[in-house]
Design a protein around this ligand. Structure first.
Ligand code: ADP
Ligand code: MG
Length: 267
C-alpha cells in the first residue's frame, strides 16, 4: 500500500487534518503511525480504507490507484484488500450479534463458502484470535474488552485482507491485555502475511508491532524510519518530546508540560 501526498481539510479548508502525507507499507510489512491526539492519525487511517475522501493525493494497493466512493462492487473489492479495526469494538460490533454471527455475516458477504465451509472457517478465525466456543456464542456485552477486540480482529480477518489498519486498537485496554493483543497481532502477521498499519498515540506500543514508523504532528509527517532507530535516536524535536512524555519511573508531568511549551515556542 502506498499513499502519495494525501491532504484532507475540514470546515471549508480551515482545519488541515492531513497535510501532504506520503508513506508506503510493503506486502506483509508493518508501519506505525504515531502522534499526539489531533495530529491527523485517524483521518489518515480513514483515507487509507476509503471511509474519507482526500482533497488531493492518492492511495495505491499493489500499484493500482483506488478510487474512493465508487459503488458497491468497488467497496466490496476494497474490503478484501484492507480492513479497519477501531479503538472501540462497539463501533464495529452489533450489540445483538454473537461473535459467531458477526463473523459469519462477513463470510457470507465475502467468502463464497457454503454453510459447512463457513462454520469451519469461523472456528479457524476464532482460534486464530484465541477465542473458543464459549466466546463464539457470546454477545459483545458478555465479553471483556480484550475479547471484544479479538472478535473485531477476527471479523476484519474474515475477508482475508492484505492489510489491517488498526486505529488505537489497544488504547482502551489495560496494559497486560494490550500486551496480549500486540502479541496476537504479531503472530497473525507471521501466519497470514497480512500487512499492518498500526495507529497509536503511544510510541511504546508501536515498538512491538511496527517495523517502520512515521511520526505525525499537526497533520504532517515530521519523522520516519525503522521503529527501533527512531525510538532509540529520535531526530525531530517533536519525536523527542513524544518519547519523553511516556510515563516511566521518575517521570515528571510538569517537566513534560514545560518541554512541550518550549517545543511549540520553537515553531
Ligand atoms: P488523531 O487521530 O491523530 O487524534 P484526527 O485525524 O482525528 O487526529 O484529527 C485531526 C484534526 O482534524 C483534528 O484537528 C480534528 O479536530 C480534525 N477533524 C477530524 N475529523 C473531523 C471532522 N469530521 N470534522 C472536522 N474536523 C475534523
Ligand atoms: Mg484518532
Amino acid at each position: 500500500m502506498r499513499v502519495e501526498a494525501l491532504r484532507k481539510t475540514y470546515d471549508h479548508g480551515k482545519v488541515v487534518a492531513v497535510d501532504d502525507v506520503s508513506f508506503e507499507v510493503p506486502a506483509g510489512g508493518s508501519l506505525g503511525i504515531v502522534g499526539e491526539s489531533g495530529s491527523g492519525k485517524t483521518t489518515t487511517a480513514r483515507l487509507i480504507v476509503g471511509l474519507e475522501q482526500a482533497d488531493s493525493g492518492r492511495v495505491f494497493f499493489d500499484g493500482e490507484e483506488t478510487v474512493p466512493g465508487a459503488g458497491r462492487r468497488s467497496r466490496r473489492r476494497r474490503a478484501r484488500i484492507v480492513q479497519l479495526v477501531f479503538q472501540d469494538p462497539y463501533q464495529s460490533l452489533d450489540p445483538r450479534q454473537t461473535a459467531a454471527d458477526a463473523i459469519d455475516e462477513i463470510l457470507r458477504l465475502h467468502s463464497g463458502l457454503d454453510g459447512t465451509g463457513r462454520v469451519r472457517r469461523r472456528v479457524e478465525l476464532l482460534e486464530q484470535v484465541g477465542l473458543g466456543t464459549r466466546e463464539a456464542a457470546a454477545l459483545p456485552r458478555e465479553l471483556s474488552g480484550g475479547q471484544r477486540q479479538r472478535v473485531a480482529i477476527a471479523r476484519a480477518l474474515a475477508t482475508e485482507p492484505r492489510l489491517l489498519v488498526l486505529d488505537e486498537a489497544v488504547a482502551a485496554l489495560d496494559v497486560s491485555i494490550q500486551a496480549q493483543i500486540l502479541n496476537l497481532l504479531a503472530q497473525i502477521r507471521r501466519n497470514t502475511k497480512v500487512a499492518l498499519v498500526f495507529v497509536s498515540h503511544d510510541l511504546e506500543v508501536v515498538r512491538w508491532v511496527a517495523d517502520e514508523v512515521v511520526v505525525m504532528f499537526r497533520g504532517a509527517v515530521v519523522e520516519r524510519g525503522r521503529t527501533a532507530e527512531v525510538l532509540h535516536e529520535p531526530q525531530h524535536p517533536y519525536t523527542k518530546l513524544l518519547l519523553s512524555s511516556v510515563p516511566r519511573l521518575g517521570w515528571d508531568p510538569a517537566h513534560v508540560s514545560t518541554s512541550r511549551r518550549d517545543f511549540l515556542a520553537t515553531l
